[in-house]
Design a protein around this ligand. Structure first.
Ligand SMILES: [Zn+2]
Length: 412
């Protein structure tokens, strides 16, 4: 039975970890940065050294293929992949594992001359972590990127996407050319670390992802009245911050009560205006994020949050501005891909369980154009998006072999 080489995979994971390596461990390799572009050049070299065709599309997605190069509806490809960009001070496996295990699986298939009817390819999707726009490369590939917005896409520190792309040698006006023709992808499967504690706690080596959470972000601003913080009697104050604080606490209760046990919420950005000690805040603004795997539950939480914000504002006698920032719908993984993963696990004698992904992934874009699914392996301590993110090497080997046999099953 065909099997991947852990030594080769480990060596590539450890080499990729050097691009943007931090002295205390972990890595900072945001998309289009010099560290990322060096990693891209290295990856293209590794794909060619593995005997695969290598190319980069105008959105910065890197591809490697066994045999045929382009994506065409005449020969739909079975595709795997993930991303090589990281969050600032991230770990060495998030994204990197899926790309390098995909490369390893394809190299194994080529060397073993394992039979496959469909073309096979691996992708490294650009800017998955969304420094300039979340899941940018896979959005472009799947035709889900609003091209009129590319010019305006900007990182939190103000750097424009078009400038970052130009510096890396890309022409932002050509991003639309990255869209794959309809029917070009026969199936997509992505290997990823779980980034949470469920598999490790259940002692199950493989997770078969059945859905990926949708994420909604809304800017909620409570607008009251600035007043002298000493001379204004308490009952006359119209404090924007206190309204925002009340909203944040009640929004949490709302999600715990009506979220079906799988939805979560976070308020990670809060701004107070004018933001000085001796003025009652006129404005309390926050960014409210909701995530959940069930479309109806998520939509319901969104509606309830809006009425909560209005209720809080009304009772406090102030105004509220509600501005939706972004919304991705939960993605359902294909039954055919889930069955192929479970068949691969059965072939290898590895136990698996179904679970939903609590984080967003490129697979949710692919799910809009083809049968898509994901394979999870346990994360140590459930840690991710931090420098000590890791998985056991034998867990990585199991995951890569499940990916290999899933790809063979889907391409048969
Ligand atoms: Zn990732």
């Amino acid at each position: 039975m065909a099997a991947i080489s852990l030594a080769r995979l480990r060596s590539r994971v450890e080499t990729l970890a050097r691009f943007g390596a931090l002295s205390g461990g972990g890595v900072t390799r945001t998309c289009w940065s010099p560290q990322h572009e060096e990693a891209r050049a290295w990856l293209l070299g590794e794909i060619r050294a593995a005997g695969l065709e290598a190319w980069v599309d105008p959105a910065g997605n890197v591809f490697g293929a066994v045999g045929t190069r382009a994506f065409g509806a005449d020969a739909p490809a079975v595709l795997t992949g993930s991303h090589i960009d990281t969050v600032p001070e991230g770990g060495i496996l998030d994204g990197a594992l899926g790309v390098l295990a995909g490369l390893e699986a394809l190299q194994t298939i080529r060397e073993a001359q394992a039979p496959h009817r469909r073309p096979l390819a691996v992708a490294a999707w650009s800017d998955e972590e969304g420094r300039y726009g979340s899941l940018f490369g896979s959005r472009a590939f799947c035709g889900r990127l609003d091209l009129t917005r590319v010019e305006a896409m900007t990182a939190v520190d103000g750097e424009r996407l078009v400038d970052a792309m130009a510096r890396a040698g890309f022409d932002p006006r050509r991003v639309g050319e990255a869209t794959a023709p309809a029917g070009a992808v026969a199936a997509y499967v992505e290997l990823h670390i779980e980034q949470g504690p469920r598999l490790e706690e259940a002692r199950i080596p493989i997770g078969v992802v059945d859905s990926i959470v949708g994420v909604r972000r809304t800017r909620v601003a409570f607008v009251g009245q600035a007043d002298h913080a000493g001379t204004t009697p308490m009952e006359r104050r119209r404090d924007g911050f206190l309204a925002a604080a009340e909203y944040a606490l009640k929004a949490r209760e709302l999600v715990v009560k009506h979220g079906g046990g799988k939805s979560v919420t976070n308020v990670g950005v809060v701004r107070v205006h004018p933001g000085v000690t001796n003025i009652v805040p006129a404005r309390g603004e926050l960014v409210h994020e909701l995530r959940g795997p069930d479309p109806e539950t998520l939509a319901g939480l969104d509606r309830r949050s809006v009425s909560l914000a209005r209720r809080v504002a009304r009772r406090r006698g102030i105004d509220v501005e509600i501005q939706p920032m972004s919304a991705t719908e939960p993605a359902i993984c294909s039954a055919r891909v889930q069955a192929a993963i479970e068949q691969a696990c059965a072939t290898l004698g590895i136990p698996s369980t179904r679970l939903y992904s609590a984080a967003g992934h490129d697979a949710q874009n692919l799910a809009a154009i083809t049968d898509a699914g994901m394979i999870f392996i346990p994360s140590k301590g459930g840690r991710s998006h931090r420098v000590d993110e890791m998985s056991d090497w034998d867990a990585i080997e199991r995951g890569a072999n499940v990916l290999l046999h899933t790809l063979l099953g889907l391409a048969a």
